[in-house]
Design a binder for this molecule. Structure first.
Ligand SMILES: [Zn+2]
Length: 158
């Protein structure tokens, strides 16, 4: 659970805070004693400093459980969005997967195209070789028909 949160959040989710999630606190968005569940949809990683500021009600946030985006609302009325940037963040994961799949599909298509071309070239070459062989044999046979059987080796005129 904590490992997932670290993997999703990577850093303290306070906007712009670079503190690594690994050494941070798991914050329940809705406090556990107020019925907030201990699930990724209700939890983000915060550094101790920002955990305290949130606990002091200097800020509230909403967490989008699908994207992992955190929408902060501060006591002075300003707000900010913080995007989950860890390797397990849903957005990152979707992007990685799509990118990998796209790359894989592209290389599969390229391989299929190359194989088709190679096969075509091979077949074309095989056809050409077969045709040349046939033409050659035909020419030999025609020459034999016109000139009679091959003369014995030792009676060749030169
Ligand atoms: Zn922080």
């Amino acid at each position: 659970m904590r490992a997932f949160l670290v993997g999703r959040d990577w850093c303290c989710r306070w906007p712009g805070c670079p503190a690594p999630a690994l050494g941070g606190d798991n914050d329940h968005r809705v406090n556990h004693h107020e019925g907030g569940p201990t699930t990724p949809a209700n939890m983000v990683m915060l550094c101790r400093h920002h955990h305290n500021r949130k606990t002091d009600l200097q800020a509230h946030y909403l967490l989008d459980p699908i994207t992992g985006d955190v929408f902060w609302l501060f006591a002075d009325g300003t707000w900010a969005v913080d995007h989950a940037e860890g390797p397990l963040a849903p957005v990152e994961k979707r992007w990685v997967q799509t990118y990998t799949q796209r790359r894989q599909r592209r290389s599969e298509r390229a391989a299929a195209r190359a194989a088709a071309q190679e096969f075509e070239a091979y077949q074309h070459g095989a056809d050409a070789r077969a045709r040349a062989q046939e033409e050659f044999e035909e020419a030999i046979n025609q020459a034999k028909a016109e000139n009679g059987p091959d003369p014995p080796e030792d009676t060749q005129p030169f």
